[in-house]
Design a protein around this ligand. Structure first.
Ligand code: 4HQ
Length: 272
């Protein structure tokens, strides 16, 4: 059965970005998931179809009213229940939630459905959050203008976990081992670009050597740029194989840096 997303949003057109284009567009056409949007404006009751109001206590900006959101969520829940979904799960995208990471995405990809609540303005009436929200999730420790982009990032990352969403080649790079490391560097033609060549190993045709080099680059770059990821992946320290690859990477790094210094003192590659 397809994964069901129901999104509560004042800006439903934004979701074309994922439903129409790229990997998530293709997964949508292949019916790997369904995405329904619910606009709280359609549940507003007054003549102007107002969905926001001034905050009690004063201060800048506007707050999304509870009632239109409440009814939109209720209809979304009814739709999901009608399609045979046993349990609904309402997620509010907010900086107050737990930050999205790979573990969270894997956990969410186990669900049959979710309801994503996207806030605009200064936020949502607290009573609606208390009544209807099961979980808050944050994209990161910064402020964006609305929950829509955060919801789309979450949906995109979850869809990539669905069987059949990625081509065979891309799926191979998704195993749990690779997923926690940074990518190895990529090169394509030409083999000489502005005097910069491609690492010799990649032209060797020796697949075992290429595989080893790529794994070494992944570990090495993670150590250089994101050591926190290595600690998270290997809390008890690197396994022997990885340790060996990393030590060799460090050696090669030193050689490369010393070579650069030699070049500089000898005036190689130095203009003027
Ligand atoms: N928001 N991760 C919606 C965020 C945010 C985030 C600010 C959410 C505005 C109304 N959402 N409110 N960070 O910055 O998800």
């Amino acid at each position: 059965m397809a994964l069901e997303f129901d999104v509560i949003t004042l800006l439903p057109e934004m979701f074309c970005a994922i439903t129409k284009f790229g990997i998530t567009g293709k997964a949508n056409r292949n019916k790997l998931y369904h995405l329904h949007t619910w606009n709280p404006r359609n549940y507003a009751t007054n003549h102007y179809r107002t969905v926001d109001d001034a905050p009690y206590g004063g201060g800048p900006g506007m707050v999304m009213m509870a009632q239109p959101l409440d009814q939109a969520i209720t209809d979304a829940k009814t739709r999901q229940t009608d399609t045979g979904i046993k349990q609904t799960h309402v997620i509010y995208l907010s900086p107050q939630g737990q930050c999205l990471d790979h573990e969270k995405i894997l956990q969410l990809s186990q669900l049959d459905s979710m309801i994503l609540l996207c806030g605009r303005y200064e936020g949502i009436d607290e009573r609606l959050i208390e009544e209807q929200v099961d979980e808050e999730i944050s994209l990161g420790d910064y402020v964006i203008s609305g929950g829509e982009l955060a919801a789309m990032v979450l949906i995109d990352a979850v869809i990539r976990q669905l069987p059949g969403a990625l081509g065979d080649m891309q799926s191979a790079n998704q195993d749990s081992h690779v997923a926690h490391l940074l990518e190895y560097p990529h090169y394509t033609r030409p083999d000489n670009y502005k005097g910069k060549t491609v690492p010799e190993v990649l032209l060797s045709g020796n697949h075992a050597r290429i595989e080893r080099w790529r794994q070494q680059q992944s570990i090495g770059r993670t150590w250089l740029k994101r050591p926190d990821l290595l600690t998270k992946k290997y809390p008890a320290g690197l396994p022997d194989k990885e340790k060996e690859l990393l030590e060799e990477f460090k050696q090669l790094q030193h050689l490369a840096i010393n070579q650069q210094e030699t070049d500089t003192t000898k005036g190689i590659g130095v203009t003027k």
